[in-house]
Design a protein around this ligand. Structure first.
Ligand SMILES: [Zn+2]
Length: 589
């Protein structure tokens, strides 16, 4: 009883102290930053995955702390809610039939996650591996001798050297690529089947969600081997796979049989939110400076989560990514709110679903609550918790206004930081959504590291003094943007969006790889092209690339094969060895 009473009393005085603290000491302190990071990156928030109960705790915590700092909530009671797709499931209308044989969903077939929902009744043409390759090493066209226009094509999964990751076929083995080829050749639908060499157990992988939201434009279905065998009558998939592997050229033929199928997939959606507060200015209150940081992270990780350890299901704490940035904007905003006579207004946003593809920020810029032309600049903090001894920070978007570079240098006159500036407005975080709408942007970060997107991105590894120094710098930058005489002059700096289109762009890092090494310890970098993606990420001549996106690279072949799986416009992690030390670089392709 007594114990309860005294703790209640203690609780009261604590709250009292806390409130008075906020009023009298708006300074940014390491203690406050630490409190926010410790909570947001605690076990109990389970990695802040969008749509979860824990993610709601995070969003509420941020809103409450904004309000405690005297900031006024706007939007729908402080939130801006939106839906995100987290999985693809089969709908009720999937059918598959030939003659009088009906396929059973998930037993005989499954639609692919990126299928178009459609019906097709057409002849089936078997096209082997579905290749149309003409390069120095391989000449193989499965479409040369058959007419597939308006028909189903039946395609073997994988390639003739499935077991060999260094195979020159590997880059053509992806299902997405095969679908694009089939479509280019005029096919109206694609049926995939596993040969026993590719997958003895014949698992249907159709509904795996690879996070791409676009559909293939035609129905795409995964068939069980046994079902395909019935269909092909006297030819078995096992024999056809063997024949293709032995012959190393096309074994295509028209089956003379029709198949009718309907595909029906549904997007599983959850609601998540941005958290918003507003500080009204005076003289130029219709002009708005935006301060933002994303609050979401990877949850428990797992395949397709963005985790660099996709086989490990564990809390991905996201202390640096991006509890640190959120702590930063809470404290910077609180300090700004204490200042009198702000010229312009300030909009502070904690974005949701950044890790799923900048979804919160792009939702905001497409539903901006204000007129877009009122937004005069945007400052984004993402991963500010790992300042190294050399005090190097990265600021991107420095080319998006005429004045940015000079301004940043002037604010760093005491050389607190060694600033690596990168002009592009597009990039791997939420500022990109604002740049796409012609807003000058600043993206501040201490950069990637070994623990990036792993369960080891933990609160006790944060450099709090470093985070505080960046928050102080951000405050100075914000105050300049809020009170300066004239606004920044926007200018374009690089493409405004991720490259899109059905065909993949040829990916390069912009390095000269060492082709001659016979060692299997990585890929040597013999040179770095000026202005290329690798240079932008800080790669240097003499570095040894040992992994891309967490997948090992032990030689030139693995390097090429990893490269081929990447998409233009995305950001990848590249692990390099330099002077015996492992560094993780974020390369924007
Ligand atoms: Zn991240």
């Amino acid at each position: 009883m007594l114990k309860k009473f005294s703790s209640l009393l203690l609780g009261f005085s604590f709250v009292f102290l806390f409130i008075s603290c906020n009023v009298e000491n708006p300074e940014i302190t390491t203690k406050e930053l630490n409190d926010h990071i410790q909570y947001l990156a605690s076990d109990s928030l389970k990695g802040r995955y969008p749509g979860t109960e824990e993610s709601r705790l995070a969003a509420n915590y941020i809103k409450d702390n904004f309000n405690k700092g005297g900031l006024k909530s706007i939007g729908d009671q402080g939130f801006q809610k939106f839906l995100v797709v987290t999985a693809i499931t089969a709908g009720d209308h999937n059918t598959l039939q030939f003659d009088d044989k009906k396929g059973v969903l998930n037993t005989d077939f499954a639609p692919f996650a990126y299928t178009k929902n459609d019906s097709l009744n057409a002849e089936v043409v078997f096209v082997g591996y579905g290749f149309s390759i003409d390069n120095d090493k391989i000449k193989w066209d499965d479409y040369a001798q058959v007419d597939v226009k308006g028909k189903w094509v039946l395609i073997l999964m994988g390639d003739p050297e499935t077991e060999d990751p260094e195979s020159p076929f590997a880059q053509f083995a992806g299902e997405r690529d095969k679908v694009v080829t089939a479509k280019d050749k005029g096919a109206a639908g694609v049926l995939f089947v596993n040969g026993p060499v590719f997958d003895k157990g014949d698992k249907l992988i159709g509904l795996n969600f690879d996070k791409t939201r676009s559909n293939a434009g035609i129905p795409v279905i995964h068939l069980k081997r046994e079902f395909a065998d019935q269909f092909l009558e006297n030819k078995r998939i096992e024999e056809l796979e063997k024949l293709a592997n032995d012959k190393r050229s096309s074994i295509s033929f028209a089956s003379g049989k029709s198949l009718v199928a309907t595909t029906d997939v549904k997007q599983q959606k959850v609601e998540t939110e941005n958290v918003l507060v507003f500080i009204e200015g005076n003289e130029l209150k219709d002009e708005i400076i935006v301060l933002g940081a994303h609050w979401d992270h990877l949850g428990l990780g797992g395949p397709n989560s963005g985790s660099r350890m996709p086989d490990t299901i564990a809390v991905h704490y996201g202390a640096d990514d991006n509890a640190s940035g959120v702590a930063g904007i809470i404290e910077v905003a609180e300090k700004i709110a204490q200042q009198k006579n702000l010229k312009r207004s300030v909009l502070v946003i904690a974005f949701g679903a950044e890790e799923m593809g900048l979804l919160g920020s792009s939702y905001f810029t497409n539903n901006p609550l204000f007129e877009l032309k009122q937004l005069k600049a945007m400052v984004n903090l993402d991963m500010i918790g790992r300042l190294k001894e050399d005090h190097s920070i990265m600021i991107s978007g420095t080319g998006t206004s005429v004045e940015s570079e000079d301004l940043l240098k002037q604010l760093n006159a005491d050389s607190t930081f060694s600033i690596g500036m990168s002009p592009e407005g597009f990039g791997a975080s939420d500022h990109a959504s604002f740049y796409a709408k012609d807003v000058p942007v600043f993206f501040l970060s201490t950069g990637a590291h070994e623990d990036y997107h792993t369960p080891f991105d933990q609160a006790d590894r944060i450099n709090l003094e470093g985070a505080k120094s960046i928050a102080d710098y951000t405050y100075d930058l914000m105050m300049n943007l809020i009170n300066r005489d004239s606004n920044l002059t926007f200018q374009e700096a690089g493409p405004k969006q991720r490259a899109s289109g059905s065909r993949r762009y040829k990916i390069t890092l912009g390095i000269m790889p060492n082709f001659t090494s016979a060692e299997n310890n990585g890929l040597g970098v013999d040179g770095v092209r000026k202005g290329g993606p690798a240079e932008g990420a800080g790669m240097k001549k003499g570095d040894l690339i040992v992994a891309i996106n967490g997948l090992p690279v032990s030689n030139i072949y693995e390097y090429m094969s990893r490269l081929n799986k990447l998409e233009a416009g995305t950001t990848v992690t590249v692990d390099v060895m330099r002077n015996g030390e492992k560094l993780v670089l974020l390369v924007h392709l």
